[in-house]
Design a protein around this ligand. Structure first.
Ligand code: SF4
Length: 208
């Protein structure tokens, strides 16, 4: 019975931009080896998005859960990071359940603008003003990571932090192409030490 369930879940397909084994470069798990699964499709439209090629689902192959999970397991990773695009445009139940059955923890990076789905061990909320997170998602946020270009983004970060559980890790991340945001964040974090800084360290290391 369970086997039939697994076969069904393995047959579920997701539009996949790429999947690869690398180092988590951002946030609370920075520096840990992770298997990244980047689904296609995004309806948030951040103008500074650095993965715009992920937006159009039609341009990416539908890929079986079973194939993705096999590659993740073969990589030797301890955890997978499902990202996008906006991964919550898809029902993540089959993919997350199968990854967990095979022993991988499941992390997600999301704008939170669609309902949560799947069995998730770590939820990183990266809220965007272009399409706001759903209130129903906030109780499940482990890490709030807000990309900052200017002062207004810090106000946005505080608005979202108010909705998160007290245990949520609060992180501000400078937008890569906006170096002026670094001073802004450093000054703010020194005055508000409940916040930390997340850097895109994979870009410094030149790994995907
Ligand atoms: Fe790009 Fe993420 Fe914004 Fe979508 S939510 S446009 S993938 S930065």
């Amino acid at each position: 019975m369970e086997k039939a369930g697994n076969l069904e879940m393995d047959a579920v397909e997701y539009p996949l931009v790429e999947d690869f084994y690398t180092i988590q470069g951002e946030g609370a798990h920075t520096g840990r080896a992770a298997y990244f699964i980047r689904t296609a499709g995004c309806d948030v439209n951040c103008w500074w998005c650095d993965v715009k090629e992920s937006w159009d689902e039609e341009k990416h192959p539908m890929t079986r859960t079973g194939d993705i999970v096999k590659r993740a397991v073969d990589s030797g990773a301890e955890f997978a990071v499902i990202t996008g695009g906006e991964p919550l445009l898809h029902n993540l139940e089959p993919l997350s359940v199968r990854l967990k059955q095979e022993g991988l923890d499941v992390h997600i990076e999301t704008s939170g603008s669609s309902p949560l789905s799947g069995q998730l061990d770590w939820v990183t909320l990266s809220p965007k003003r272009f399409k706001k997170p759903l209130d129903e998602n906030f109780p499940y946020v482990d890490e709030l990571k807000v990309v900052v270009l200017k002062n207004k983004d810090i106000e946005w970060a505080e608005l979202n932090a108010k909705k998160c559980p007290p245990s949520t890790q609060l992180l501000l991340q400078p937008e890569w192409e906006t170096p002026s945001s670094v001073k802004l964040i450093v000054d703010y974090v020194k005055k508000n030490p409940q916040w930390g800084i997340s850097l895109q360290t994979h870009k410094f290391m030149n790994v995907p």
